[in-house]
Structure formats: structure tokens, C-alpha cells
Ligand binder design. Structure first.
Ligand code: UDP
Ligand code: MG
Length: 316
């Protein structure tokens, strides 16, 4: 019988543990043609998550606990889950039941039809606050434009089913900047999705704020495309050509003696040329520098070659 590993990153989820296993066990008991293991990755929780996981493990043997030495982040926890899981098939899901367990039945159904990657796709984001929906939509637009041959699916988070083959390929990637949602489409394989409506978090609170979301967006963009690095080159050519033409026109006008009038700049035009235009140019230069900084900082992280996570305890 094939084994399915359920990979669950957990950071300060003490309130969710009982409820999570209760709901999961109930759903999984309906599936009799696979065995299951839980690979729970305690991402350096500061509450009783690890302690409660150990207690749960006494009740049910199929829990594998991997515990980090500190908080390394959601992506690191997923990466560790993949390394430590022993199943033939893996399902990644959050601990807070926002990824409804029932969807697993549909994921497995698609797997049995021969798909090696089954994404759970959020079909309704109306419950999300407007700003989150807006930024998410903008993010997917940008990434779709930039990522070229890597098709990053829209509205797919971490909830997915992956065949062992796919996970082996992901494990073989040597990058430190782990972005699961880019790595899966990068690796490829036969992919499909099933739609689901994201539930609300029953207990505890989200760990994602706008700062984390921007970091994830930056990581996703830099890990899927290098196109922004050549933007200044393209736009530079455009600006230079524009300037050359403007200069040419000026020379022609001058030689025609048409601008032979005394020129006294008005106050608004002075403000425009002394303050607004230079500030605008400075702003653009800073954005370009920032884009270079984004890539450079990731190159730095890769060059340092530090481990993505450090495991303190591995309890099988
Ligand atoms: N998580 C983690 N490390 C972190 C932050 C979050 O392992 O540094 C886990 C968390 O316990 C949960 C999942 O990642 O299982 C998703 O987190 P959360 O529910 O806070 O994110 P949201 O659903 O709001 O995007
Ligand atoms: Mg959540």
C-alpha cells in the first residue's frame, strides 16, 4: 500500500493541534487504500506546540516531529518536511485548517488519474480584505509577466499534492532562497488543480503581515525571473534616443534662428525644472538601485551558503 506524507509546518499553533488532528483523522479514516504519516515541522515555536505534538505522538504513532532550533520561516519548514517525509506521495497543508481536510479526497482522486502535481486552488477570495485581494492580484499579474516558461499558478498557496518524483527534484535544488510556490512549477510534471474555498482560521492568528507578504513577493519574483535586471538597459536606450532626438530638434530650431528670443523662465517652470524633474529622476534611479539590491541580497544569501534550517530534534 502506498504511503502519503502530510507535511504540516507549525509555528505557535498550540491552540490548533488537538482540533487539527481530530479533523484530519476523521477525514483520513475514510481513505482505506493508503497509509498516512504526519510530518509536523515545529518552526521554533515559542509556545507549547512541540510539547503538545510529543503528547499527541504518544496517542498516535504516525506522527514524525521535526523541530527547528529557532524560527526559520514557513518556506524553510516546508523544505524540511520534504527532506524528512518518507511517503510515496506528499500533501502540504497549513496547521490552522484553513486548508480544508476534505479536499484531500479530491487531491487523491486526481493523483489516481495520473497527475503528479495537484494544486488546491482558491476559487473564492471574497472573504479576504480588499487590500489583500488587490495586492494578491497585482502580484500574480507581475509574476505571470516575468516568469516566462515557469507558469506560477494563480491563487495557489502551499496546499498541494506532489508525487515523490517531484519532491525528489525539489529536494535536489541547491538554492537557499526557497520559494515553494515557484519551485513546483519550475520542476514541472503533469499538473492539474482542484478548486476549494479557504476556510477561516478557527483559532490562533495569522503570522503573515504586509512585511512578510512583500518579502514573499520579492523572493518569488527574484527566484522566477532575472528580467528586472535588464529593464534599466532597455529603458536607457529609449531615454537616450529620446534625448538625441530632442537635441537634434533643438539644433535645427537654433540654426533656423527660431529660438532667438530672450527666455525668462516663469516661477512654475523653475519649480518644475529645479525640483520636480530632478526628484522624479532621482526616484527612478532609487527604484533601479532597489531592484539591483533585491537581487544582490539574494546572491549574498546564496553565497553565504548557510543551511536553510537547523534541526534540533527529529522524533520518528
Ligand atoms: N508558519 C510557520 N512558520 C512561520 C509562520 C507560519 O511554519 O514563521 C506556519 C503556520 O503555523 C501555519 C502555516 O505556516 O501552519 C501558515 O501560516 P498562517 O496561517 O499564519 O498564514 P496565512 O494562512 O494567514 O497565510
Ligand atoms: Mg492560515
Amino acid at each position: 500500500m502506498k504511503k502519503i506524507s502530510i507535511i504540516v509546518p507549525m509555528y505557535n499553533e498550540e491552540e490548533m493541534i488537538d482540533l487539527f488532528f481530530e479533523k484530519m483523522n476523521k477525514t483520513l479514516s475514510k481513505i482505506t487504500n493508503y497509509t498516512f504519516e504526519f510530518v509536523t515541522v515545529d518552526d521554533g515555536s515559542r509556545d507549547r506546540t512541540l510539547e503538545l505534538l510529543k503528547k499527541k505522538k504518544e496517542e498516535q504513532g504516525n506522527i514524525h516531529i521535526v523541530s527547528f532550533s529557532r524560527n526559520f520561516g514557513h518556506e524553510a519548514a516546508v523544505a524540511a518536511g520534504f527532506k524528512y517525509a518518507s511517503g510515496d506521495v506528499m500533501i502540504v497543508m497549513d496547521a490552522d485548517l484553513q486548508d480544508p481536510p476534505e479536499v484531500i479526497l479530491q487531491l487523491i482522486e486526481k493523483y489516481e488519474e495520473g497527475y503528479e502535481v495537484v494544486n488546491a486552488k482558491r476559487i473564492d477570495r471574497m472573504k479576504d480584505p480588499f487590500m489583500k485581494r488587490f495586492t494578491a492580484q497585482a502580484f500574480y499579474k507581475v509574476i505571470a509577466k516575468l516568469s516566462g516558461k515557469i507558469k506560477v499558478p494563480e491563487n495557489v498557496g502551499n496546499y498541494r499534492l506532489l508525487d515523490r518524483k517531484v519532491v525528489d527534484e525539489i529536494n535536489a535544488l541547491s538554492e537557499r532562497n526557497r520559494v515553494f510556490r515557484v519551485e513546483v512549477p519550475f520542476v514541472g510534471y503533469k499538473t492539474t488543480d482542484v478548486g476549494f474555498v479557504r476556510a477561516e482560521r478557527p483559532k490562533g492568528k495569522t503570522h503573515y503581515n504586509y512585511k512578510n507578504m512583500f518579502k514573499l513577493a520579492g523572493d518569488s519574483i527574484t527566484s522566477s525571473s532575472v528580467a528586472p535586471l535588464v529593464w534599466p538597459f532597455k529603458w536607457g536606450i529609449f531615454v537616450t534616443l529620446f534625448n538625441a532626438i530632442a537635441l537634434l530638434i533643438n539644433i535645427i530650431l537654433y540654426s533656423c534662428q527660431m529660438n532667438d528670443i530672450t527666455f525668462l523662465p516663469s516661477y512654475p517652470s523653475l519649480v518644475l525644472f529645479i525640483i520636480i524633474v530632478p526628484m522624479f529622476v532621482l526616484g527612478i534611479m532609487m527604484i533601479i538601485l532597489g531592484i539591483f539590491g533585491m537581487y544582490l541580497s539574494r546572491i549574498m544569501v546564496e553565497a553565504q551558503d548557510r543551511p536553510v534550517y537547523i534541526v534540533k530534534e527529529d522524533i520518528k
